[in-house]
Design a protein around this ligand. Structure first.
Ligand SMILES: *[C@@H]1O[C@H](CO)[C@@H](O)[C@H](O)[C@H]1NC(C)=O
Ligand SMILES: [Zn+2]
Length: 253
């Protein structure tokens, strides 16, 4: 028991120390690529930010019932703690159903206001949670608010991640009503762009239960295929694969 606790402590400590790099490191590592749209034709990538939250399982069910894959950009400690039992359960369900899990960093801070060390701290905590719960490390990261600078890009590069923005926002987090969001999806379908990288939030009941099912129906009827972000960009989904771990007392927010 003592050894297990010590080993767990050591692995957290090692990870914490191994991941952040010194400030001068970022000059020589280059900047992570920033993607604002998909590449494959006739494809929609639906993305769901700010979870895991209480509606995540419902969104997973909707995607599964439609036979399509989506992408969840998760925080660690935002609307809910990523280590809550119900959260772990919906996250595993999303991952095991083949949906992609990307990082949205830990607290949902604006990364452009943070120092080099703070940026790494926000990033590695979420990565650690994914390694523990799912046994993978994310290859994609969406910076909160879509805000990034060169420091964020170099930190992402060091952490083997690409930055993912979006080219369509359903407006749920900025005050759009359900009918506004649905009208925006209708207009999108009328314009029929070659592909769509759509931003939605899993933390609004109306998004989870009304707008997202509506959007999937409309986009499907317009002939689009659905894909994860990595699929629509031809990128790897994860940068590391291991084994999920069992929850213990060190799993805290
Ligand atoms: C990034 O990938 C390289 C090569 O696979 C690996 O050595 C390194 O540990 C990875 N970095 C992180 C932060 O996972
Ligand atoms: Zn967000």
């Amino acid at each position: 028991m003592l050894f297990t606790t010590f080993a767990a402590f050591l692995s957290v400590f090692t990870l914490a120390r191994a991941l952040p790099a010194p400030a001068e490191e970022h000059a020589k590592r280059g900047l992570a690529t920033v993607y604002s749209g998909c590449k494959s034709a006739n494809t929609v990538a639906m993305t769901f930010d700010d979870g895991p939250y209480i509606y995540e399982q419902d969104i997973v069910n909707t995607l599964n019932q439609n036979g399509i894959k989506g992408t969840f950009f998760i925080n660690g400690d935002n609307w809910e703690c990523v280590y809550d039992s119900s959260t772990i359960s919906s996250l595993k369900s999303a991952y095991n159903s083949g949906h992609q899990i990307g990082s949205h960093t830990w607290h949902h801070y604006d990364l452009t206001t943070l120092s080099w060390d703070q940026i790494h701290d926000e990033m590695w905590r979420t990565e650690l949670a994914m390694r523990r719960i799912l046994g993978v490390a994310p290859a994609i990261m969406r910076p909160p608010y879509g805000n990034y600078n060169d420091l964020v890009r170099s930190a992402s590069s060091i952490r083997n991640q690409s930055l993912i923005i979006w080219d369509f926002d359903d407006g749920d987090s900025t005050g759009s009503s359900v009918s506004q969001s649905e009208t925006d999806y209708n207009n999108l379908v009328k314009q029929h762009p070659k592909n769509v990288l759509a931003l939605n939030h899993e933390t609004y009941e109306t998004s989870a239960h009304t707008v997202i099912p509506y959007a999937i129906k409309k986009l499907k009827a317009a002939g689009y295929k659905f894909a994860t972000v990595s699929e629509c960009l031809g990128l790897p989904a994860y940068s590391w694969y291991g084994a999920p771990q069992k929850k213990d007392s060190t799993w805290t927010c």
